[in-house]
Design a binder for this molecule. Structure first.
Ligand code: G
Ligand code: MN
Length: 642
């Protein structure tokens, strides 16, 4: 927690803003210094030097001219030299006043006006100088006097313009600016490096955070993504909080988060003896990796700690953890993702069966493998494609207690055969079809198959016995009427010869809806039976509420009647009750002669059981009917109608 909040502080908004501001300031300062440096550099040092040198030359050439002028009064006089120096001086002024390169010199303080005034004074000396040279006069002293103040003013100009200092100053400024600029560059680089480091650190932090649940700090589903392997010595456990959604929907997110925390604490207590890792997939889903060889012990401890009563407001909620476990080193696979999948599959299995846990073992693996085979086979078979599974029908005759060979009808029984597994129990087929949404398809296949097999028995042989057909849950829907009409009645099976069997489980207390379905078909003459009567929880209520005309008394009421007068009386009273309610009763599971005799003595009912007939192939069923008809009168139709 401490480390987390420290990291949070490092990545807080003020820190980010400060870093950004510092960087912007440094970049601004660097840019400013750079501009200053550019400006300083634009003053050409070369030009400055040139100006200074030109003025110095002027001073020097003025000295030369003055020297020649003074020499005119002596023997060393050289007029040509004097004129040459005059011209040189003249050109220098011209150069300083006219040339582009001399512009800085001219522009400096009042240089230009001083230069112009000196140049005009020099030009004023031209006429007297020419006169003296051509020898008209020899008054050199006057000219020397005229030159003297010029020379002084000129030297002053040179002195005033001595630019050594100025250049030095300029150089110093440039130097300082350069130093500032490089310092700023270094600082900027340092700050950029710091920011890059900060970003790298932030990136690592974000990646780590993304693998952690923000509420609980536990590794989350992303962590599972990067997990490479799991030790074979570790059990993988998938875990759900069973009542989480109830808490969330009834009490809101705060309480739900509370529940998550409480549950995690409980899990930790259950795991405290083990080395484990807890991963959180969602607020109510977890995965646990535990080192243990004794899965049974681990499960007991986990169950003990996560089954608890949780107080919310003034309500008490029984919270239950539910587990799917792939035990350590058990399975044939070591790939952790396969094992994780097994654990999840166990969890799903436990949820489906209403258990608090399910451990992946050989049996379960086999069961799931078989389920897959049967499911795949069913899908293909029902789609009329080549399949490893095939369905067929058997007919178990229902006889009258008056004559055991008097076949009054039959219950159509589903049989399934899978190439690798052999026979598959029909209730498993029905359950799988229900689970995978194949229920109606199965029902339609059943109706179509019954019609195909039995049509001739009714239309050509005039059989009038009842066909009892088990309805699976999905068939108890609005489409039932359409399916019965189009697949059975239209094929030629008389409605009065059909009895549709409903179990209590399938009716699921929705009497109104089921009665509506029953009513629509019973108007057409179709009968309905309550199957397995007596095995559900509210049997009598069903008998009273549903508009059925048959009761199929479960075989458990027949078991042992030959040994117990009480049991026999009890069965008798059920039959009597059915009679009172104008229901025809069918006693199921009569397996021996003693039972048969007792049931026959009670009277008033039909019998279905191994003692009379086992389920038969359709051809054998027809053969049995014909055999019976041949033993009784030739006018069989009167005999079998009831
Ligand atoms: O629940 P329902 O009535 O649909 O059950 C029919 C099943 O009962 C069939 O699978 C059939 O094989 C079985 N069965 C039929 N007669 C007997 C019997 O006399 N004894 C036993 N144990 N099972 C029977
Ligand atoms: Mn049945």
């Amino acid at each position: 927690m401490g480390a987390r909040s420290a990291a949070q502080r490092v990545f807080s908004r003020p820190v980010v803003v400060t870093l950004f501001v510092v960087l912007v300031l440094l970049l601004g300062a660097s840019f400013h210094s750079y501009r200053q440096d550019q400006e300083l550099q634009s003053v050409s040092l070369a030009e400055l030097r040139m100006a200074s040198w030109n003025l110095a030359q002027l001073g020097h050439e003025a000295d030369e001219f003055g020297h020649e002028l003074r020499a005119m009064t002596t023997v060393a006089a050289d007029q040509d030299q004097l004129l040459l120096q005059y011209d040189i001086l003249w050109s220098r002024y011209d150069y300083l006043l006219q040339s582009r390169e001399s512009a800085p010199t001219r522009n400096h303080s009042d240089n230009e006006s001083r230069l112009r005034s000196l140049f005009s004074q020099l030009r004023a000396m031209e006429t007297p100088l020419m006169a003296l040279v051509s020898g008209q006069r020899a008054d050199w002293d006057t000219l020397t006097t005229q030159w003297q103040p010029q020379r002084v003013a000129l030297q002053q100009l040179v002195v005033d313009n001595f630019v050594g200092d100025e250049t030095g100053q300029l150089m110093d400024q440039v130097q300082a600016s350069r130093e500032r600029l490089s310092l700023l560059s270094v600082l900027t680089l340092v700050v950029v490096a710091v920011i890059l480091g900060y970003l790298a650190f932030a990136l690592i932090y974000i990646r780590r955070q993304s693998r952690i649940d923000q509420q609980t700090g536990l590794p989350n589903a992303n962590y599972l993504q990067v997990l490479r392997s799991v030790d074979v010595g570790q059990a993988i456990i998938a875990c759900d909080i069973r009542d989480y959604r109830v808490v969330l929907s009834e009490y809101g997110t705060d309480y739900a988060a509370d529940l998550t925390h409480t549950f995690i604490d409980r899990l930790r207590v259950g795991l405290e003896l083990y080395s484990f890792q807890l991963v959180q997939l969602s607020p109510s889903e977890f995965v646990i990796f535990v080192h243990t060889g004794d899965t049974g012990q681990l499960v007991r401890q986990l169950l003990a700690s996560v089954h608890f009563d949780w107080m919310v407001h003034d309500a008490v909620l029984p919270v239950r953890g539910i587990f799917g476990i792939d035990p350590a080193g058990a399975g044939p696979t070591v790939d952790w993702q396969d094992r994780y999948q097994q654990a999840q599959r166990c969890l799903a299995q436990a949820e489906r069966q209403g258990l608090d846990h399910c451990i992946n073992n050989q049996d379960l693996r086999k069961q799931l493998m078989e389920e897959r085979l049967v499911h795949a086979g069913l899908v293909r078979f029902l789609a009329d494609e080549p399949s490893s599974l095939s369905l067929s029908l058997m007919y178990q005759p229902i006889v009258s207690t008056g004559d055991i060979k008097d076949i009054r009808g039959a219950e159509v029984l589903l049989r399934a055969w899978q190439e690798e597994l052999g026979p598959v129990p029909p209730n498993r087929v029905v359950e799988l079809c229900e689970r995978f949404g194949l229920g109606r398809q199965l029902g339609r296949w059943l109706f179509r198959q019954i019609a195909m097999e039995t049509r001739q028995l009714y239309t050509d042989l005039g059989f009038q016995g009842t066909l009892s057909i088990n309805l699976n849950p999905a068939m108890l829907a609005d489409e039932l009427e359409t399916d019965v009409r189009s697949l059975l009645l239209d094929a030629g099976i008389p409605a009065s010869c059909l009895c549709l069997e409903i179990t209590e489980d399938n009716a699921a207390l929705n009497f109104g809806r089921i009665n509506e379905l029953i009513q629509r078909l019973s108007q057409a003459g179709v009968g309905f039976a309550l199957d397995d009567f007596g095995t559900g929880h509210s049997s009598l209520e069903y008998v009273r509420e549903l508009k059925i005309d048959r009761l199929k008394i479960d075989r458990c009421f027949v078991q042992g009647i030959e040994h117990s007068a009480g049991k026999a009386r009890f069965l008798g009273s059920i039959i009597a009750m059915a009679e009172q309610g104008f229901l025809k009763s069918v006693v199921e599971g009569v397996e021996n002669e003693a039972q048969w005799n007792l049931v026959r003595a009670m009277g008033g009912s039909l019998v279905q059981g191994f003692f009379a007939y086992k389920p038969l192939l359709f051809s054998d069923f027809v053969a049995e009917i014909l055999k019976h008809w041949s033993t009784v009168s030739s006018d069989h139709t009167l005999e079998v109608s009831s």
